[in-house]
Design a protein around this ligand. Structure first.
Ligand code: 1HE
Length: 261
């Protein structure tokens, strides 16, 4: 499972963090079919030791979106299957085995923003900018953006981005919710890696609940959501690891107190 445009590096004392890097910097990490399938395969085959992942891009930009040179003369059926291929790959990112942190810099545009929005946390640096040039290229999003991006910033802002070609800079992107963190230029990867190491220390069932239960609960009617929440809470609390962690706090063990930010 190797692809020339993607690099997988397993780091941490217990091999608990996967660093996945798009290495197609010459083409601004534009996503051709091979690279989309390689992303899918990478998330499908992470080693069992991995508890969190970071994804970033080589060069000046995180990702320039769909490789436009492949957007030739697809008919409607081929276009449908192409979009569904992206959906399948990015589904492995969002609902894969571990939380994924995107380390963003430079262009996060089109399918690049769709990839970033499939991740669980986005860390941007000051060079980051966001756009959906599909609108001006006469196409539409096809990599899950119509579902995921309105959930981050609302349909009205996404409509504006696509109708007008509006570009959000790093500050405004963080303000509207495209990223949860904004850090100095050149430090997005370090921050993302630090977060990944911390996330890797959580109880695996808590991380699983956050990845797989929370987004579903958030979409349920309140009555069903409360019920699903109760089921998930009961399962998580019953894990021996949860009981141990609560005991550690009650016994005043070092490092278990919430610290002021
Ligand atoms: C590409 C792509 C690409 C760069 N497909 N080859 N995405 C877009 O519409 C964004 C298109 N790209 C850009 O606007 C700019 O390239 C950037 C702002 C990202 C970066 O600018 P810059 O000046 O650093 O790089 P560049 O000179 O424009 O590009 C360097 C090379 O990368 C150049 O190739 P070269 O052979 O001439 O060196 C570019 O052609 C190539 N390149 N971006 C193919 N996207 C599931 S549906 C999703 C739908 C979409 O994502 S649509 C939005 C597509």
């Amino acid at each position: 499972m190797t692809h020339p445009d993607i690099q997988l590096d397993i780091r941490g004392n217990n091999n608990e963090v996967a660093v996945i890097r798009l290495t197609r910097g010459k083409k601004r990490n534009a996503l051709n079919d091979g690279l989309i399938l390689a992303i899918r395969d990478t998330f499908d085959n992470l080693p069992a030791t991995v508890r969190a992942a970071v994804i970033d891009g080589e060069g000046e930009h995180f990702c320039a979106g769909l490789d436009l040179s492949e957007l030739k003369e697809r008919d409607a059926g081929q276009g449908l299957h192409h979009s569904r291929m992206w959906h399948a790959a990015l589904e492995r990112v969002q609902y894969g085995p571990v939380p994924v942190i995107a380390a963003l810099h430079g262009a996060v545009v089109g399918g690049g923003l769709e990839l970033a929005s499939a991740c669980h946390i986005r860390v941007s640096d000051e060079t980051t900018f966001y756009a959906l040039p599909e609108g001006t290229r006469g196409i539409f999003v096809g990599g899950g953006g119509a579902v995921r991006i309105p959930r981050l910033i609302g349909a009205a802002r996404m409509t504006d981005m696509m109708l007008t070609g509006r570009v959000y800079n790093a500050q405004d992107g963080e303000r509207i919710g495209l990223a949860q963190y904004l850090v100095p230029q050149g430090t997005a990867f370090d921050k993302a890696f630090e977060l990944a190491k911390r996330i890797a220390t959580n109880a695996p069932l808590t991380n699983y609940a956050l990845m797989h239960a929370l987004p579903r609960i958030a979409e349920q009617p309140a009555d069903q959501g409360f019920f699903t929440e109760a089921m998930m809470a009961a399962i998580a609390q019953s894990a021996p690891e949860a009981k141990q962690r609560v005991r550690d706090f009650l016994e005043g063990k070092a490092g278990t107190k919430v610290q002021k930010a």
